[in-house]
Design a protein around this ligand. Sequence first.
Ligand SMILES: Nc1ncnc2c1ncn2[C@@H]1O[C@H](COP(=O)(O)OP(=O)(O)OP(=O)(O)O)[C@@H](O)[C@H]1O
Length: 240
Amino acid sequence: MSVLELRAVSKTYLDGADEVHALSDVDLSVEAGRMVAVMGPSGSGKSTLLTIAGALESATAGEVLVAGHSLAAMSRDDRARLRRRAIGYVFQDFNLLPGLTAAENVAMPLELDGMRAGKARAVALRTLADVDLADRASRFPDQLSGGERQRVAIARSIVGDRKLLLADEPTGALDSTNGEAVMRLILAACKRGLAAVVVTHDAQLASWADRVVFIRDGRVVDRTAPRPGPDSLLAGKPTR
Ligand SMILES: Nc1ncnc2c1ncn2[C@@H]1O[C@H](COP(=O)(O)OP(=O)(O)OP(=O)(O)O)[C@@H](O)[C@H]1O
């Protein structure tokens, strides 16, 4: 089943009297367990695609379905719950809360969703262990390296029962070693059943995805299906 489905989605922004067609007639479907990379020049609509897929903004035309539910047909509260519960976001600049420890940052979405603090902390610690940061749980973001911060952000985006991971240049601020580590974690999350959409400028990292979608001027211009699959990469042997 598709976790994310965009059907003929368009997004038009008004810039004074001008219309900016940030997305035009985009179709995209991402199944559970799959990673799709999105590439394209600056201003082509990549971030817009993620904000619409993540229900942070609404489409001007077309339909967006997450886990089979049409976003437009949902109440505002249901959309907010879906954002909190089912969708994880990762950004280039980590976006961790500086006054909270790594464990508290990861527990935050669970607590916002009503989970008791003790249980949320236990789940957060397990998820930090999944990203190999069990021993950093009590540190504050400014006591972590850039790569570690992004791994905390990944943990926060996959904690709980998430179905969709949306990442906007998640490796943009990292060196290649840390960037690869982050991509590996996203792939591992996909192996456990998440669907992921990852915007990247890096063709090498994009080649780790099940599919690469190229957009230009808000339109999907090409789709490729690189492989071999993630197994060799998870084993630490990138094949290209
Ligand atoms: N809130 C907004 N109001 C008006 N225009 C916008 C708004 N947000 C984005 N745009 C325009 O929509 C187009 C697509 O922007 P978007 O941020 O999606 O591009 P992008 O591919 O992510 O670019 P980059 O790689 O530089 O981050 C651009 O022309 C941008 O200027």
